[in-house]
Design a protein around this ligand. Sequence first.
Ligand code: SF4
Length: 469
Amino acid sequence: MPTAPRSLLDKVWDAHSVRELPSGQTQLFIGLHLIHEVTSPQAFAMLRESGLRVRFPSRTFATFDHIIPTDTQARPLADSLAEEMLVHLERSCAEHGIRLFDPGSGKQGIVHVIGPELGLTQPGTTIACGDSHTSTHGAFGAVAFGIGTSQVADVLATQCLALARPKVRRIEVTGKLRAGVYAKDVILAIIRRLGVKGGVGYAYEYAGPVIDAMTIEERLTVCNMSIEGGARCGYANPDEATFDYLRGRELAPQGAAFERAVAQWRAAASDPGASYADRVELDGSALAPAVTWGIHPGQSVGVDEKLPRLADAPSSERASLAEAFEYMGLRPGEPLAGTRIDVAFIGSCTNGRISDLREAARVARGGRVAPQVKALVVPGSQAVARQAEQEGLPEIFRAAGFEWRKAGCSMCLAMNPDKLVGRQLCASSSNRNFKGRQGSPTGRTLLMSPAMVAAAALRGEVTDVRDIL
Ligand code: SF4
């Protein structure tokens, strides 16, 4: 009997469902669990207190990213608390037989960068990690959830999570992106349109010609910020670009097993005619480079637009807009282009991949960072750093006055020494512009694409990268 057309989300959910729980949630088997030094120590402690072992060490992989410094990673770390967290993860991995990608492995990096590049992230599977931006892995057609510490313990102990099945919203991005407009601009435009809570209760399925034409690294950027739009997860359907990316990756299936896997992965894609709880269309051809101006990722404008005016906003939104303007020290109705910046940060799991660094280097080549700007380039992984070194990118950045750092989360959330100071304003390729996100309680963040960050670093102010390109 033919089954009704289903979305990828429904196929993956049904295939991983262990049972329906009395709460109405599903006990969902998790194919891959990624852990890092910050959300795991307490989870391992909970396991120990309960006398439990890790249920599937072979499905669990660990790395250092959040706390590890990016200037020197020599051990012991200068920060004793950070050192303690690394030691804790090392011991837990040794005790439970979990593979840890530490700096000595040559494979260390941000958890959402190394999963894809090692071939661990695969279509049609479920993934969990104790970091909000786990939605990143949806770029491969995986259903991937960011989880809290107690859920990390649940997955360690049972390889399962209790979750409610999200509805699916299909977001079709039509047309073709113009030069200087990137995946980051697409996802910022989606969040601006649908709101930071618009995705609550939903999985976002990204589709349409713009998504189809994207590389896997670009899809990773889009899926990464699904959570910033409130969605539980986000994904793109697997296609030839997905399979080409995975072919030959170290931990992907090899040889005949790879070909068998491709057949399964292909079948995981949403069926033509699948029904969706909601559909949204966005014209990609109309997009300009985006910059956030406020205190959440929904508050963005095209770099060629003026900031919103309070009088034009619905009365229910005016108080929050006014709060954002006050915190950011910006004025309604004025252009954002030309706003002077203090720091430029290129990196993070949103935009710390090799294609991001290549685009930023294309802008930085032959230029000079403005005198007042501190500019950092932080590769998302050691593999990204090696590739960049082979291509001569660090030399381009250094010659322009950028610092070239070691792999880690760095200034994305500043749990390490890379922090804003006071009210510094940072042009950042990361994913969150919340108050105090980058390490100073009064620090301010403008989210934008890596190429736009490079342009802002050179000019010392928010700049339309198309003027430089
Ligand atoms: S780069 Fe930022 S969002 Fe990504 S894993 Fe690190 S802290 Fe989380």
